[in-house]
Design a protein around this ligand. Structure first.
Ligand code: TYD
Length: 211
């Protein structure tokens, strides 16, 4: 008997929205709900064997143009899918990924100003699979920036200047309206425990009552 395909869940949100905390808490809960070993926690960019070099280029590289940045994110995703995400899903493992295609649309289109249709065409051409559910952690730019400030030095993308993160946040809100069948929007200004409870409430739709 072959295992049924695992579910693919992504977390999205601006920098400082709490994705890592929530991904960790969701995975701990899923490990109890699903059988042990049934969950893979991962992130973009960079969480596969070929990824660290690409991540470094993306977050620290000099002279990066918006199109170079876009294509490097897609290159990282292709490797991440082939080496890690798709084999896991095929084995029936559930995958929880911090950032995926919606990051590319929100950051490179709304943030950097590249045409949405052009990016969507590239994503379609790459045949990246759609997530089963995308959890958008919605938070004001000021609150997120305050959290980031507490974390110390900002990377190349986080320091993209005034207005950048507000445009990205707006992009996410529009994307959620464009794809209501897979987006779940959560208020990320609550305590981590309250957000985690809300996340579990949404993900229960996928676990089919297994609790
Ligand atoms: P990271 O430190 O992982 O950010 P965070 O902790 O907020 O998730 O850095 C990833 C950065 O790359 C982040 O600023 C968002 C950006 N990014 C894009 O611009 N496009 C993409 O397709 C992806 C995956 C990330």
């Amino acid at each position: 008997m072959t295992a049924s395909r695992g579910k693919f869940i992504t977390f999205e949100g601006i920098d400082g929205s709490g994705k890592s905390t929530q991904a960790g808490m969701l995975c701990n809960w899923l490990k109890e709900v699903l059988r042990p070993g049934g969950v893979l926690r991962t992130f973009e960019p960079g969480d596969w064997d070929g990824g660290p070099l690409l991540r470094r280029l993306l977050l620290e590289g000099a002279g990066m143009t918006p199109r170079t940045e876009l294509l490097l994110f897609l290159a990282d995703r292709a490797g991440h899918l082939d080496a890690k995400i798709l084999p896991a899903l095929e084995k029936g493992v559930w995958v929880v990924c911090e950032r995926y295609t919606d990051s590319t649309l929100a950051y490179q289109s709304w943030g950097r100003g590249l045409a949405l249709k052009e990016i969507q065409g590239l994503l379609d051409g790459c045949r990246f699979p759609k997530p089963d559910m995308t959890l958008l952690l919605n938070i004001g730019e000021e609150a997120a920036a305050a959290r980031l400030g507490r974390r110390g030095e900002l990377d190349r993308i986080e320091s993209s200047g005034p207005g950048f993160m507000a445009r990205v946040a707006q992009g996410y809100r529009e994307l959620a309206l464009m794809c209501p069948e897979r987006f779940e929007v959560l208020d990320a200004s609550m305590t981590a425990e309250a957000v985690a409870a809300a996340v579990r409430g949404r993900v229960e739709k996928l676990t089919g009552g297994r609790k």
